[in-house]
Write a protein that binds this ligand. Structure first.
Ligand code: UD1
Length: 447
């Protein structure tokens, strides 16, 4: 939701208060067997927040975001990237982040920050659009596949940018400004759609993005850009039309709820049994998950902006899923769903079509007693009687939370090592789970 109100510009008293530093080498100790019962308030969406924050580079005015998941490592990293570029940042109160970029003072997003988070590449389009020049480190490899940025760069080239790759940096220039273009993506990309949509808001003329991503996070970014004065049509469809304007202004924007966090807790209660009330979530963003969860045995009921999820003690039923771009089943919920299938009656199949190499949780789940076999981009999960606690290693964000879910239902104690990834993407996960009855604590790194 975006209000027409203009954010108060930053004053001299506003400073960015760094969050409590948590060590990424900390571990989680989880004793399984507790049902989840109670209320969890879902945080603002990380994947909406990151592009929204980059939109601050498009205007000299302040942008004020409410429902920002300010405790997350990824938000802190992106604030650091933006500060390098000339943005001033401040917290006003819980979950409110104000960003203002009166001037872009550096055109270079350095490797030491970009390497920590791939989404930093989203500064490229806005910087280029506002200043006609930008230099951003290539994000480098990632645990869940090679994840290139060719679609971002090809789109910017089509809009008249000259792109050079030098010593691990992308240097983009558009001396006479970006021009509108008709771009058909050969593959759906959330990040490329966001980067080009932001770039097009200040380009000359009309840009059409075809085969664009339709994720709720794209719609949220588009709504914020429109509140900033951008002209955008077709949000939430595969064809987005952007008519460039000369200038964008500030606004106040409420970040949408994190559908992946909400989906994670829905799968969690399906596994452990119990009743969870999930507050401030959007069930309509999770249509592709509701069907398989109901099939597996979860009862789901809406109550205003809350959703009540209940599972009785009946066995889980195995079901098949395939990840796809929105509105299909989200790849970011695949690992959690697979964890749930480990305890189903019969078998289930999971097919991953978005990322190569996104089955890194499989060996760890098998160490906990699961029976999962992978064949290329598919995995067959045969239900077992029980999982057992073990010492496991978190590999990427969603794989990490899948191990936490497994631990909640496993017999005995699980130690999840290197929870750095969880801190990047799940706000106050330990406190939230403790409040609904889980036996979970954060402990220091191994001696
Ligand atoms: C975003 C999400 C991530 C989610 C993913 C897919 C954020 C910050 N991250 O990532 O959590 O898992 O969407 O829903 O929002 N690709 C190319 N060339 C490109 C860009 C992408 O080949 O230039 C490929 C990727 O390697 C991948 C696929 O396209 O196989 C989809 O990637 P994309 O939608 O771009 O994901 P991200 O925006 O990086």
């Amino acid at each position: 939701m975006t209000q027409a109100a203009i954010a108060q510009p930053l004053s001299a008293e506003d400073i960015f208060a760094p969050q409590t530093q948590k060590s990424g080498m900390d571990r989680l100790r989880i004793v399984g067997g507790q049902r989840l019962n109670g209320t969890i308030e879902v945080s603002g969406a990380k994947n909406a927040a990151l592009p929204l924050m980059c939109a601050t580079l498009l205007s000299e005015d302040a942008l004020q975001f409410t429902n920002m998941p300010t405790e997350l490592g990824d938000i802190r990293t992106l604030v650091a990237v933006l500060q390098k570029l000339g943005t001033r940042a401040a917290y006003r109160e819980d979950g409110v982040l104000v960003l203002q970029t009166k001037e872009i003072t550096s055109l270079r997003a350095p490797y030491d920050l970009v390497r920590k988070m791939r989404a930093s590449v989203l500064v490229l389009g806005p910087m280029l659009a506002r200043n006609g020049e930008a230099e951003v480190s290539l994000p480098g490899g990632c645990a869940i596949g090679t994840r290139p940025i060719d679609l971002h760069l090809d789109g910017l080239k089509a809009m008249g940018a000259e792109i050079k790759l030098n010593e691990g940096y992308v240097k983009a220039t558009a001396k006479d400004g970006l021009k509108g273009a008709h771009i058909t993506f050969p593959k759906v990309s959330v990040g490329a759609t966001e980067n080009l949509m932001m770039a097009a808001t200040l380009a000359k003329g009309e840009t059409i993005l075809e085969n664009a991503a339709m994720e709720p996070e794209i719609v949220d970014l588009g709504d914020c850009l429109i509140a900033m004065g951008a002209k955008i049509e077709g949000l939430g469809t595969a064809t987005i039309k952007i008519t460039g304007v000369d200038k964008l202004h500030g606004c106040v924007h409420d970040v949408i709820a994190d559908r992946i966090e909400a989906g994670t807790w829905m799968i969690g209660v399906c596994l452990t049994g119990g009743t969870l009330r999930l507050e401030k979530m959007r069930l309509d963003h999770l249509n592709s998950l509701i069907g398989p969860l109901k099939e597996a045995g979860l009862e789901i009921e809406e109550d205003g902006d809350a959703v009540i999820c209940h599972r009785n003690g009946k066995p889980l039923i195995g079901t098949d899923i395939m990840t796809e771009p929105f509105p299909g089943f989200a790849t970011d919920l695949q690992a959690q769903f697979m964890t749930m299938l480990t305890l189903c009656q019969g078998a289930g199949m999971v097919t991953e079509t978005i990322f190569e190499n996104r089955f890194m949780h499989v060996p760890e789940l098998n160490r906990m007693g699961a029976d999962i076999r992978t064949h290329g981009n598919s995995a067959i999960i045969r239900g077992v009687e029980k999982l057992t606690g073990a010492e496991v290693m978190a590999t990427d964000l969603r794989a990490s939370v899948a191990l936490v879910l497994a631990a909640l239902v496993a017999e005995g104690t699980t130690i999840v090592n290197r929870i750095y990834h969880l801190d990047r993407g799940y706000e106050n996960i330990v406190e939230k789970l403790q409040a609904v009855g889980a036996n979970i604590e954060r402990i220091g790194p191994a001696a």
